[in-house]
Design a protein around this ligand. Sequence first.
Ligand code: SAM
Length: 294
Amino acid sequence: MSFSKMSKLGSYFIEFISPTSWHVRGVRKIYYSEESKYQRIDVVEFEDLGRGLVLDGKVQSALYDEFIYHESLVHPALIAHGKPERVLIIGGGEGATAREALKHKSVREVIMVDLDEAVVNASKKYLPEMGADAFSDPRFKLVVGDGRKYVEAAWGEFDAIIIDATDPMEGGPASLLYTVEFYRAVKNAMRPGGVMVTQAANTSDALDVMASIHKTISTVFKVTRPYSAYVTSYDAPWGFIFASDSADPKAIPPSDVDSKIAANVKGSLKYYDGETHVHMFSLPKNVREAFASA
Ligand code: SAM
């Protein structure tokens, strides 16, 4: 998705127009704007989504429904692993991905590697609802740096690796996080039985991108499972891809998902449970065919 921004003096009104759905997303207020070394960072109040983070004109998360995205990204993989202790997050600037990972009782350490400390600082100040629980958790550690370099230097260290980076935009800071070399490095950074999950564009107007990411991952891991969850703030059925050489979320009956959540997850989940799990991993025919023909 790319946005075009029009700003008028006086009311300082910015209109984000998303070609995905040509849905004009009004912005009521700007809390913070910065051109960092890596990207344009805006924290805004959307007319209909509450406060949210926008990077390079693309909605990253909004208080209205960030729980859908972050629960969908984190819990299927950690439930499929069964007993994750060390979790690595690439990206995840707002802290919400870390918040969800730290809900798992078995997790002893979450290392979040984000390229841009300005995103983390803006999120801490203007979006504390997303990451405050994580940033204050003694098990959490922030590393400011490039996720690819970090993974390439890690060896057999993590039970779960979660890639919550920006989209693979040409020349963007995350573009190298969607390559076969990166996924090979991710696999090397895993402990035996390790799992990976990545956000992967969407199953509507970026289905070709998601299918291409899935094809790349399939050359590295034995089990790859694409899945999806509709996220209003993205105006799209958002895409995720799970990967492992052993664990398989599609093999877990919904009743087992519910019992694993009850046994392993502290606090409540608002979106994810056994029935949601089945829904997310049941993709429409056109989407499955796009993956098969990629
Ligand atoms: N939920 C969003 C999505 O699905 O696109 C992702 C949100 S999160 C804010 C994206 C983060 O990825 C940003 O904080 C950005 O700084 C980080 N990022 C981009 N490229 C990176 C890289 N090469 N290494 C580490 N973090 C990176």
